[in-house]
Design a protein. Structure first.
Length: 375
């Protein structure tokens, strides 16, 4: 079977049929025209090159309703592949085992799409959101518990990278350079942005640029706010609360410690007052707690006996006599390990003792207030 195209003029056929200039016809081995205005393809038919190698092979589906169209275009416009047939039909690409490799789906009334662009030497290809809307997201949705993974095979120390680039022609102080948002739903099904992590341009001055890292999110007020900022200014690394009036708290679980460890001969510098908000107390005989920086003593009689267990090396503790049952009451503290004595007596209301613990000598008295005495 062969095909030919009518190029020069229209042709009138027997029976009143007519081939119009531009029609394609199929001719059988007897020279009989069996089809016009199209090419009939059987399952497995193929276009071959001059070496009889397949260039394009066709698979036929019985009662097919969807098919591929190809459109040529004018100057400056790329040719078009068209999914034709049912409305909102896309494309599916499969391998030689008929397994899906790529699915290009479509929705009704779509106006936004992805555009993939190649790039010249020194630049990477571009996957861009394009379309009619002014602001268009790119959605990447893993399936089930799957994740979005970026893998680098570079043998050096760089590793995989993620760059959020704010290509602004007029950079200004505190412009957001990029924000990562952690989004979920509340118990009413409302979509909520719970946490944001952002990079900010703190100072765009050339040669003195400065960046900042900001964490924010929902704060139990029904709205979101910025919580914490981190930046390096000169030789100082600053960790700051963003909202005026907020406190900065560093907390652990019931057994964890908090360490501040300056290097070398550096010091921990407190630029402001020190407040012990977790204050323990006792009434009458009992024990001085070592879980806070301040312990308050209330007496119920004369010579109330108080024990004091060993602490942690470097621990500071202040014991204060804050209340008494009657005039003349006293409290006697007996540390398990005590350097320079055996007991500390609080004789009068308002007495105090300031202690520090050492792993070599136990509790040491740094100072006594009022009529407090060591024996």
């Amino acid at each position: 079977m062969a095909s030919t195209k009518i190029y020069n003029r229209d042709v009138d056929l027997a029976g009143g049929s007519r081939l119009v200039k531009g029609d394609t016809v199929l001719i059988d081995s007897n020279g009989k025209i069996i089809e016009s205005a199209g090419i009939e393809i059987a399952d497995g038919d193929a276009f071959e090159d001059t070496n009889s190698n397949e260039i394009l092979e066709f698979t036929v589906t019985a009662s097919a309703v969807n098919h591929v169209g190809i459109s040529n275009t004018g100057t400056g416009v790329s040719p078009v592949f068209i999914a034709e047939g049912e409305a909102n039909t896309g494309f599916t690409f499969v391998n030689s085992e008929a397994e899906e490799v790529l699915i290009l789906d479509s929705i009704a009334s779509s106006v936004n799409e992805l555009t993939i662009s190649s790039a010249a030497t020194g630049s990477g290809p571009i996957l861009a959101a394009t379309g009619d809307d002014t602001n268009v997201d790119v959605n990447i949705n893993p399936k089930g518990t799957g994740s979005i993974i970026s893998t680098s095979t570079e043998a050096g120390v760089t590793g995989a990278g993620l760059v959020l680039y704010q290509n602004s022609a007029s950079p200004a102080s505190m412009d957001a350079l990029g924000v990562i948002t952690f989004r979920g739903k509340d118990d009413g099904g409302n979509v909520t942005d719970y946490v944001t992590v952002g990079g900010f341009l703190a100072d765009p001055t050339g040669g003195a640029e400065m960046g900042a890292f900001v964490v924010g999110g929902q704060d139990q007020s029904g709205s979101a706010s910025n919580w914490l900022g981190i930046l390096r200014e000169g030789t100082d690394v600053l960790i700051s609360v963003i909202t005026a009036g907020d406190d900065l708290k560093i907390d652990t679980d019931s057994s964890g410690d908090i360490y501040l460890s300056p290097g070398g001969s550096s010091s921990v510098i407190l630029d402001g007052g020190v407040v012990f908000s977790d204050i323990t107390s006792s009434s009458g005989a009992g024990a001085v707690a070592i879980t806070s920086g301040v312990h308050e003593v209330t007496t119920t009689g004369t010579g109330d006996a108080l024990t004091l267990a060993n602490g942690t090396a470097g621990q500071r503790l202040c014991v204060v006599y804050v209340a008494e049952g009657a005039g003349g009451d006293t409290a006697v503290i007996t540390p398990t390990t005590f350097a320079g004595g055996s007991t500390i007596t609080l004789n009068d209301l308002g007495d105090s003792c300031d202690l520090v613990y050492s792993s070599t000598g136990g509790w040491y008295v740094l100072g006594l207030g009022g009529a407090a005495a060591v024996a």
